[in-house]
Design a protein around this ligand. Sequence first.
Ligand code: ATP
Length: 248
Amino acid sequence: EPARPLLAVNNIEVIYDHVILVLKGVSLSVPEGGIVALLGANGAGKTTTLKAVSNLLGAERGEVTKGTIELAGERVEELSPNALVRRGVVQVMEGRHCFEHLTVEENLLTGAYTRSDGGRAIAEDLERVYRYFPRLKERRTSLAGYISGGEQQMCAIGRALMARPKMILLDEPSMGLAPQLVEEIFEIVKQLNETEGVSILLAEQNTNVALKYAKYGYILENGRIVLDGDARALRENEDVKEFYLGIA
Ligand code: ATP
């Protein structure tokens, strides 16, 4: 019998504004310690899926109207976003979302807001983030609004790490970044996964890079999962090659 997944999304439906049906029964799971990619074109419903998991749809007038979401076997649909952070589920939003008027270090410290352990542990974690992201250490006193896009993405991931997550929901980290920086960021994500055991659910339009780092992938089209499998199998799938990898 396979081990119980860390995250299980079971047949969820999401409706915006009471009428716009965007997810039409999406199921996926992330094993403990896994990296799973959620792939699909712009508008397929990737962000909506991640926001359903972290319960951030309310602010957008979206609602999960069917299905269940389980974290380590426990239902979590009713938990607030903060309660989910305390349970170890942290979302890194698309577009990076650092506080532009705060310094890099202040941004990182905001990531520890749900923690009740003391300043000492938080200071240690700040050093831990700087070990993963030496560029952020160099930039620690810069205002986040004035650092590069790649550094802002690092800052957003570093901020998530400050919450000591079990799982990071990473929304389109490659967006707007040069290929070399994309690789640099994915390498760090891979290290976090391998060294800290952080599980990753990654939404990406960049199928190539996502399937290089993920072990398993799901392809979302128009609010439905149309294909899923091991990353290697997906890379070799003819439809995936033709429609998502551009190397038919
Ligand atoms: P992207 O790469 O653009 O983020 P995505 O796959 O993440 O794409 P979503 O952002 O989840 O897609 O959007 C899925 C669908 O839901 C789109 O058709 C979008 O127009 C619609 N949608 C998203 N947010 C809302 C909203 N607040 N109200 C109504 N419709 C929305």
